[in-house]
Design a protein around this ligand. Structure first.
Ligand SMILES: [Zn+2]
Length: 183
């Protein structure tokens, strides 16, 4: 129980103290995983990923809408509009809320493309990113909130570098779905 929780061979970061009562966490083995555990309240830091949504928006010309990040981490980098889910939301509700906040657009049909794990920010918080494709006809996006700017990109001229490692795969999924003509 006194194993150093910072040196158990996992790449993900651990809390050092219980978030409920401040007790220093000790290592416990749970289903074969070494996890930080609070001896006061029983809390175990399972390192569950934080769910986030990403929405690739496509216009009538087949272009994709990307956002320039207004804040750290990765401030100024191109990003897929979206963000972290809030308690009580479905993924679809999160997707619609985030897109309205960042672009002013109102989305109707959302097509689920898939999910990818990643990490976020200087603490390398584990995330699970749920990706949707949405098509808009005649709405004009207006950048706000976490988006410093918005731009439409042709599928063949997407940014070479995106803010987060998993996003190139999501863009490939979207382009494949759009060019495949499936709806
Ligand atoms: Zn505790």
């Amino acid at each position: 129980m006194d194993e150093d929780v910072t040196n158990i061979g996992l790449q993900l970061p651990f809390h050092k103290f219980c978030p409920y009562d401040g007790t220093a966490l000790e290592c416990v083995t749970d289903h074969g995983r070494a996890l930080p555990h609070c001896t006061t309240c029983g809390y175990i830091d399972y390192q569950n990923p934080r769910p986030a949504v990403a929405v690739i928006i496509c216009n009538n010309a087949g272009q994709l809408l990307l956002a320039r990040r207004a804040a750290e981490p990765k401030k100024g980098w191109w990003d897929i509009p979206g963000g972290f889910m809030e308690p009580g939301e479905s993924a679809e509700q999160s997707a619609r809320r985030e897109i309205t906040e960042e672009t002013g657009l109102t989305l109707e049909k959302l097509e689920y493309l898939g999910s990818l794990p990643d990490v976020y920010g200087p603490q390398a918080v584990p995330t699970i990113n749920l990706c949707f494709l949405a098509r808009v006809a005649d709405q004009t996006p207006i950048a706000a909130d976490d988006a410093a700017a918005l731009a439409w990109f042709d599928c063949d001229h997407l940014p070479a570098q995106m803010a987060f490692a998993h996003q190139a795969t999501m863009l490939r999924w979207a382009v494949g779905r759009i060019k495949g003509g499936e709806s």
